[in-house]
Design a protein around this ligand. Sequence first.
Ligand code: SAH
Length: 460
Amino acid sequence: MNKKSYSDLVKNQELIADVVDLTYEGLGVVKVADFPIFVADALPGEVIKLSVTRVLNSYAFGRVIDRIKVSADRVTIKHPEMIASGIAPLVNLAYPAQLVFKQKQIQQLFHKAGIDDVEILPTLGMADPTHYRNKTVIPVKFQNGKLVTGFYRRGSHKLVPINDYYLNDPKIDAAVGTVRDVLNDFHITAYDEITRQGLLRYILVRRGYHTGQMMIAIISTKKKLPQERSIIAAITAKIPDLTSLILNYNPKQTNVQLGLDNRILFGEPVIHDTLLGLDFEIAVNSFYQVNPQTTAILYTKAAQLAELKGNELAIDAYSGIGTIGLSIADQVKKVIGVEVVKSAVDDAQKNLLANHIQNAEFIAEDAPKQFAIWAQQGIKPDLVFVDPPRKGLTIDLIRALGMMRPAKLIYISCNPATLARDAVLIKSEGYRIAKPVLPIDQFPQTMHVESITVFQTGSD
Ligand code: SAH
């Protein structure tokens, strides 16, 4: 087999080769007689000189030494650390080509899942696909005698220092730097994963796009900061328009960034933002879409594609703080949301009241469990929105959906691989994909792909 004959590739070996493809992670693919070598910052159509960095059984990794032919879609990278860290792996690809890459990715994944009778529309992009993020969680380490913020090098836990994250609202980047410097001045220690010593793990900043309200959370292995009052005074003096400063306690040895125990150091427990004219309260542990500009488009398109009539019972599953449900409440008879994070459901309840919405309710429960309960109770929604995390839906949820049999299912997906997998199961419950799939670029410069798919029963 070809594969075997090339396992004799060795580390540091140099070769000249064509880049033939781009992986879902944004790595260029070189093939030497079918044996793939993955190379960061290499685009399809380029010819590169590479050095092999690691050889595994069925693939290898390499590093670009020289570019002999450059892709017409390559753009000059002003932020090379965006690729090294994997924060923005597509930053070297011209934006129109990024949009096509995302459209094709959905197409390929549906094809792999055996679904070919579906049209994927061109990806809706942003006019300015930079500095769009309203939230960031930045790891902090102690390097060369001081606290450093940045991001881990791809596939490692080595921190690359970064000050301009390119994707964040610039006020967020500035706040991260300010908080880091204040904590450094007060000799706060950084948590070390190996020795399990040290206090500071991450700095979280979230800023309302429309309101400008800013929340900062210091994620700490201790319940209290040394010299806490002075630290609070220093941070609020340097960021005078701060709305909320929180100490989040996370003592666990885990990759989960936030703990559940929050103490307000200054200001409010939550911030507010507006979306599609509605007011939303957002707590530190609650999910809120990170790209407020495209989120407004996403929800508007989802509602349009649902062709709401005004008399529907609609379910908003994986409802977060209630954004989708509340934004369609005035176009349907009733909305019921289900969400597993209790604080997000609390936010949703408050958002309901703050926006004077009377025809919606939110349930704190695991969505598959709640669907099974509804199916058993004989609840018959007309319409279901699902907006699950990357792992997608579960078989249980899809079976319960089949029993409840809503006429329409609007699937908002942030991961086309699980969307395509779930689409096969949804189809086996008697649904068809009724409209072209609409990709929306919620995460420019990254490989993440968001899309809306409309499933319908019957043949109309
Ligand atoms: N629709 C919301 C949230 C989407 S993100 C919005 O657009 O803002 C996905 C949400 O699913 C998160 O709020 C997450 O907490 C929630 N979630 C994750 N697993 C869940 C489960 N098993 N049951 C219900 N909700 C879940």
